[in-house]
Unconditional design. Structure first.
Ligand SMILES: Nc1ncnc2c1ncn2[C@@H]1O[C@H](COP(=O)(O)OP(=O)(O)O)[C@@H](O)[C@H]1O
Ligand SMILES: [Mg+2]
Length: 219
């Protein structure tokens, strides 16, 4: 990819500019992006804001190149306030969970992103757009809400105050707006984080402390 500019490197993928309107997202560890591409096409057809998918080949996805920046970058630069960011995250959850599931026979099950945090939202000229559908599945909507709260809480308990302080504010603002998840779904989210290959052992060791910051409801 020497002839294409590296736009960003996330945890799992490198993203290259192909031209003005397309990026290549490549998984560094290989893998198959076809299920993600199919889900993104389904969500786009349902009117949910995702990048258009132009091609999927093994670990490579060719996607619409989004303008703007991640919600995290926008927050850290002071362009999006904590309350507005929490509104965006809650709104993106609500809209996603209004889309019918494709596979599950249980009518309560929804499409879940399971990694919906400020680095996986881009603030663009067409509004907020959700990227990085690797962990997506189907299940109860409040598992997705529990996962976002838990991820924010993990950052809030991290040792870096530059990130921890805004994350704590973000978590509080998110929790004021979102319906608290069931305690069982928070436990499920904790279990998923403990087996997530993207997390280091040090990060995993903080998940329990983070979970203590997440409000739950009984039932
Ligand atoms: N369609 C896109 N257009 C522009 N930038 C993108 C696009 N998709 C991803 N990016 C950039 O690449 C980064 C990593 O992408 P992401 O899909 O979240 O991969 P990872 O799994 O590695 O986190 C994002 O934070 C964003 O800065
Ligand atoms: Mg990401």
């Amino acid at each position: 990819m020497a002839d294409h500019a590296l736009l960003a490197s996330g945890r799992d993928a490198d993203v290259y500019a192909l031209d003005e309107s397309r990026v290549l997202r490549r998984y560094r560890q290989g893998g198959d992006s076809a299920p993600e591409a199919a889900l993104m096409a389904y969500l786009a057809a349902a009117g949910y804001p995702v990048p258009a998918v132009y091609d999927a080949q093994g670990p490579d996805l060719v996607l619409e190149r989004l303008d703007g920046e991640t919600l995290l970058a926008s927050m850290l630069a002071g362009r999006t306030g904590v309350g507005a960011a929490a509104d965006l995250l809650v709104g993106l959850h609500d809209r996603l969970h209004s889309v019918p599931a494709r596979f599950s026979a249980d009518p309560a099950d929804r499409v879940l992103h399971l990694d919906l945090h400020p680095q996986n939202v881009m603030v663009t000229s067409r509004g907020p757009v959700v990227i990085d559908w690797r962990n997506a599945t189907e299940g109860p909507a409040d598992l997705d809400v529990a996962m976002t709260a838990l991820i924010l809480a993990e950052v809030a308990v991290s040792p870096d105050p530059q990130l921890a302080d805004p994350a704590r504010d973000g978590l509080n603002a998110f929790q004021r707006r979102a319906e608290p998840p069931r305690a069982s779904q928070l436990r499920h989210a904790v279990d998923l984080r403990q087996v997530d290959p993207a997390l280091s052992a040090v990060e995993k060791s903080a998940v329990g402390r983070a979970a203590a910051l997440v409000h739950t409801r009984v039932g």
